[in-house]
Design a protein around this ligand. Structure first.
Ligand code: AGP
Length: 590
């Protein structure tokens, strides 16, 4: 959460940082701020509440500057106020920070100084200042003093951070350090950029950039023509170049929102993933799959729902026991050691703090680890034994759409390829048909209902939970996603004539059973929509007819109209579906 950006050697550092921040806005959009070195070598700070556009309106993008650092915020400590907005500063330093300092209260007591904000980030800058001042009588060069101050400060800090730091006494350099929060460094030896996400990096001559991942506790000292990287003992080191950049699908920008653009990219994302998933790790993993006696899938939110589908497809075809765990629970639960266990993380961003922690724990207990992710340069790809890449392209809207569908596709392909089963053809085309078939009018009249329930059995229950999450997330309505058989064990008491129940029925074996639930809710006054390909069997229902396809991949398709419904519902309430309140795309804090 929060996006940070810094550049040095850039012709127009303010404009570059603002453009970078706009690409990082998916990480948080409560407030934004920038610090830049002006023509007189002085640090100027500008902050604005709200999104990056507000900041852009407050700065002169043409002002002379070769160095700037910037931040877009998702509040963790302290409300959305100018005081809490980054950059944070002390007498000699200014910084931007992404992450959480868990022991900030303790450090605050140690600093024992009045603070102007409620943030943990202010404590970092004040801590560095305090240590730096202890060196004031020392004959060491200023750069060395800064490096030592960072080293000593980070030894005291607990939590996660990616920080870009400026020092008033050395306005030609930025100092960058991290632990757990992501940070990418790009350089062509004249201009250097650091950012929370590789896709945010722009620059004067981007084509000449080399890209690097900064490792935890490394410190980078970056000026126009020089980059020095140090390890935690301040020994100079070299970073490994990231060989390949992730490709970005950029089919068409003529959409009102990123979310609808990304939904329309689904057919292409499916084809790309199907074609390109077969890397070395994928092949190795399918050859190893039969040797695992236990599979655990971990993820959060939508990725967890994809995991529920994984359980269904793996247990059906591989005959192996699969547990699906919320990463935020898995990391704290009692671990039971299994011989030959595979732990699969699912994460679009590859940066979700809980999912990274879950993988760390899985590794400690000796399990093999795999990740299904959409971001090839993400932290999780450096942690896992097998990296399975989906090729959905960049997903910016907070609501996961194309990434979810490609995660399901990846799980389906893993299962089918392991047992050498024939892969369905034309999956992309079927998805396109559904997008074309979708008619908002079919759903619109139900928006006046007060309660929304999504139900299904087997893999349809995963789709039901995902559909419900989408509606809550972007249309701000209360809804429930349930395995159809569970309603009558409690939740049915909520169902009345103010309720819409959406039943997803794509699995023939449970068609009649789910229809029973439909009759039960209708008897309590609920309005019902059924999504199914079984039009011959389902009569007298308000049916959204899905195209006929292999049942195992129907969850790729049945979620599509419900993603579109959530999008339209959000719009009809006058909301911005790309930036739901209180949320951010990449959840890099606990
Ligand atoms: C889905 O619409 C959400 N934005 C959210 O649940 C998301 O899937 C979750 O935070 C996990 O993110 P990840 O896939 O990047 O790990």
């Amino acid at each position: 959460m929060c996006g940070i950006y810094g550049c040095v050697g850039t012709k127009n550092a303010v404009a570059s940082a603002i453009a970078g921040l706009q690409k990082l806005e998916y990480r948080g959009y409560d407030s934004a701020g920038i610090a830049y070195i002006n023509g007189k070598n002085k640090i100027e700070i500008v902050k604005a509440l709200g999104n990056v556009e507000n900041l852009k309106n407050q700065v002169n993008e043409k002002v002379f500057s070769r160095l700037s650092i910037a931040h877009t915020r998702w509040a963790t400590h302290g409300k959305t106020t100018i005081e809490n907005c980054h950059p944070h500063f002390s007498e000699n330093f200014v910084l931007v920070h992404n992450g959480i300092i868990e022991n900030f209260e303790e450090l605050k007591n140690e600093i024992n100084e009045k603070t102007y904000s409620e943030t943990d980030s202010e404590i970092i800058v004040k801590l560095i200042e305090k240590i730096y001042k202890n060196f004031s009588n020392n004959s060491m060069e200023n750069d060395k003093k800064i490096l030592f101050s960072i080293k000593k400060a980070t030894e005291k800090m607990k939590g996660s951070w990616a920080v870009i730091l400026l020092c008033k006494n050395n306005p030609k350099k930025m100092f960058v350090f991290k632990n757990k929060s992501p940070l990418i460094l790009a350089t062509n030896n004249k201009e250097s950029i650091v950012a929370s996400d590789i896709n945010a990096i722009n620059g004067d001559e981007k084509s000449k950039f080399k890209y690097f991942n900064l490792n935890d506790f490394n410190i980078a000292e970056i000026s126009e023509n020089n980059i020095k990287i140090y390890d935690k003992n301040l020994k100079k080191i070299k970073l490994k170049e990231i060989k390949k950049q992730c490709e970005i699908i950029n089919l068409n920008n003529n959409y009102k929102h990123k979310m609808i653009k990304e939904i329309n990219e689904i057919p292409f994302a499916i084809c790309e993933t199907k074609k390109r998933i077969k890397n070395k790790d994928f092949k190795k993993l399918i050859s190893q799959m039969p040797s695992f006696s236990q599979i655990t899938i971990v993820g959060c939110g939508t990725a967890y729902h994809a995991g529920l589908y994984g359980k269904y497809i793996f247990e059906k075809y591989l005959g192996v026991n699969v547990n699906v765990e919320l990463a935020s629970e898995y990391r704290y639960k009692t671990q039971i050691k299994n011989e030959n266990e595979l732990v699969i993380a699912i994460s679009q961003s590859g940066e979700t703090a809980d999912t990274l922690a879950a993988i760390e724990i899985a590794k400690k207990k000796g399990a093999k680890t795999a990740v299904i992710t959409n971001v090839c340069s993400s932290t999780i790809t450096r942690m896992c034994d097998y990296v399975i890449l989906t090729h959905a392209g960049t997903e910016v809207a907070v609501a996961a759409t194309k990434s979810y569908i490609t995660q399901i596709l990846a799980l389906y392909l893993l299962a089918y390829k392991t047992i050498n089963k024939r892969i369905s053809k034309n999956i992309g085309q079927v998805a396109k048909t559904i997008i074309d078939l979708y008619d908002y009018n079919f759903f619109k009249s139900f928006e006046k209902m007060q309660k929304f329930f999504f139900i299904g059995r087997l893999c349809d229950s995963a789709s039901a939970q995902e559909a419900s999450l989408k509606l809550k997330e972007i249309a701000y309505v209360h809804s429930e996603g349930y395995p159809a058989g569970e309603l009558k064990h409690g939740t049915l008491s909520l169902v009345d004539d103010n309720s819409l129940v959406v039943a997803i029925i794509t699995q023939k074996s449970v068609l009649e059973k789910t229809l029973n639930a439909v009759h039960e809710v209708r008897a309590r006054g609920a309005k019902v929509i059924v999504l199914s390909q079984f039009d011959n069997e389902i009569k007298n229902e308000n049916l959204f007819k899905l195209p006929k396809a292999n049942e195992d991949i129907m969850p790729l398709f049945s979620i599509l109209p419900l993603q579109l419904f959530a999008y339209n519902f959000s719009l009809s309430k006058g909301l911005n579906p790309d930036m739901p309140k209180n949320l951010a795309k990449s959840v890099t804090v606990e």
